[in-house]
Design a binder for this molecule. Structure first.
Ligand SMILES: Nc1nc2c(c(=O)[nH]1)N[C@H]1C(S)=C(S)[C@@H](COP(=O)(O)O)O[C@H]1N2
Ligand SMILES: [Mo]
Length: 390
């Protein structure tokens, strides 16, 4: 028996022309690609905004307005990412035969081709990683060791960089293909019975729209009933989903302890308040959303004591930065910071009631922070300390 030669193997690898579907073609690729590029652009900008709200750079002062801003940007982030998944799959299907183009002859052509393929490999790898890790994050499954937030951000820069290179390289092809009718016949494609490009394009958009409708109910109220896949569609107590229960946070006992006090510390002054003391203070009532980083959001009516009134009891200015601490000692979400111009807003409060009832323990009893335009992860529950550093 003779061992196969390199030529034998080469003959067995398909060539682009072996894939005969009439539906493939730059006219389809460019249209799906444009929609995909739009989704990626929105996803990138809203993602970067989320990072800014999470760890605010020095040049940016976070504002409590617009109240629903984070809800909108993070909702858009999840919606555009979800919409991108079917589009990416169709786009890959449409260019898949190009994988089998043989390397060109000549050093220069080889280098150019090599660079282009490297940028596409970077784009594909990063896109898959972002869409997969994002989806796992939405469903609350973290099967990895690394920091989701930092890795997702770093890979997003790779994706957007290689996307820009890809668009720049392909611009002439994209422009020509978009100018042609979608089922323009450039007679490479022979099978007249196969689906047309128009029908594949329509299918891609329908699949993408369906993916959005099935998930967007986690943030768009009137879609709630049809969103079969949305995460946490069920209602937690008091008509609001629960991100982490008191049991899960290890606060189930301490939150109900009659010895609980809210400590308000300003420099070396400390004021200690019972829940009845808080209830006896002037209350403010507002409708504000919880907008989780993982994509779900829901509005509710909260009432409680403005944080600025509480720190005033210990002599702090109403626009001081405040550190909010909770009974939760393990995990990263047990405390958060509120900047002065959010503290100054009277909607920034320690809530005591939710939708007209005493706050459920899973929503943060005895009291929890709620503030406008704030990522859910910073709406600290089971609060027991406010601190203003002198
Ligand atoms: N102490 C504490 N506060 C917390 C959390 C937490 O894990 N621990 N989770 C946060 C997150 S991620 C969200 S989205 C909101 C959800 O609030 P809810 O469970 O009352 O809807 O609470 C926030 N407050
Ligand atoms: Mo969250």
């Amino acid at each position: 028996m003779r061992l196969p030669t390199v030529e034998d193997i080469e003959k067995r690898i398909p060539r682009p022309d072996d894939f005969e579907s009439r539906a493939r073609g730059t006219q389809l690729t460019a249209r799906v690609g444009t929609a995909l590029g739009l989704c990626f652009g929105i996803c990138f900008l809203t993602g970067m905004w989320s990072h800014f709200q999470y760890s605010t750079p020095g040049w940016l002062t976070l504002s409590p307005n617009p109240t629903q801003l984070y809800r909108w940007t993070q909702g858009l982030h999840i919606i555009s990412g979800t919409a991108a998944i079917p589009l990416l799959l169709v786009k890959l299907w449409s260019v898949f035969p190009r994988l089998f183009i043989r390397p060109p002859k000549g050093g220069r052509a080889l280098v150019v081709e090599g660079l282009e393929r490297a940028s596409i490999a970077a784009l594909m790898g990063s896109s898959f990683f972002l869409l997969a890790s994002g989806t796992l994050n939405i469903i609350g499954w973290y099967p990895w060791e690394f920091s989701f937030r930092r890795t997702h951000e770093a890979v997003a820069w790779v994706a957007i960089g290689s996307l820009l290179v890809h668009i720049a390289v392909k611009l002439p092809v994209i422009r020509r293909a978009l100018g042609e009718p979608i089922d323009h016949d450039d007679d490479h494609h022979l099978d007249p019975d196969a689906p047309t490009r128009r029908s594949v394009l329509r299918g891609a958009f329908i699949a993408s729209g369906l993916a959005v409708v099935l998930t967007a109910g986690q943030t768009v109220p009137w879609l709630r009933k049809v969103s079969a896949f949305s995460v946490r569609p069920g209602d937690g107590p008091q008509d609001l989903p629960v991100n982490r229960t008191a049991k899960g946070a290890g606060t189930a006992t301490t939150a109900l302890d009659p010895a609980w006090r809210l400590q308000v510390t300003v420099g070396d002054r400390t004021v200690s308040l019972t829940r009845d003391d808080l209830l006896a203070m002037p209350q403010s009532t507002h409708r504000l959303p919880i907008a989780c980083v993982e994509g779900w959001s829901r509005s509710a009516v909260w009432s409680g004591v403005p944080v600025r009134d509480l720190i005033a009891l210990a002599g702090a200015d109403p626009d001081s930065d405040v550190v909010v601490r909770s009974l939760q000692t393990k995990g990263a979400f047990g405390s958060s910071r509120v900047v002065g111009n959010v503290v100054r807003d009277d909607r920034t409060m320690l809530a005591l009631t939710l939708n007209g009832e005493t706050l459920d323990i899973d929503h943060g009893y005895p009291c929890r922070l709620i503030a406008p335009n704030r990522p859910g992860v910073f709406q600290t529950k089971w609060v027991n300390e406010l601190e203003v550093r002198a």
